[in-house]
Design a protein around this ligand. Structure first.
Ligand SMILES: [Zn+2]
Length: 64
């Protein structure tokens, strides 16, 4: 997912590196304009309610 540079506000910067950690993704960015680097953590369940529901149902079945 593209992001905006927090330093110079350049828009539409694609992640240079994306890592998945459980239900979260960590996108690493490097701004081509000012060279600033940052990372954005996103909770995947916030972007896919259906996915979250399915995961919840799966846990229920496993517990029963
Ligand atoms: Zn920048």
């Amino acid at each position: 997912m593209k992001d905006t540079c927090p330093s110079c506000t350049a828009r539409g910067i694609a992640p240079a590196d994306t890592r998945r950690r459980g239900d979260r993704t960590v996108d690493g960015y490097e701004c081509p304009r000012c060279g600033h680097t940052w990372a954005t953590v996103r909770d995947l369940t916030a972007y896919s309610e259906l996915h979250a529901r399915r995961a919840h149902n799966r846990q229920r079945k496993a517990a029963a």
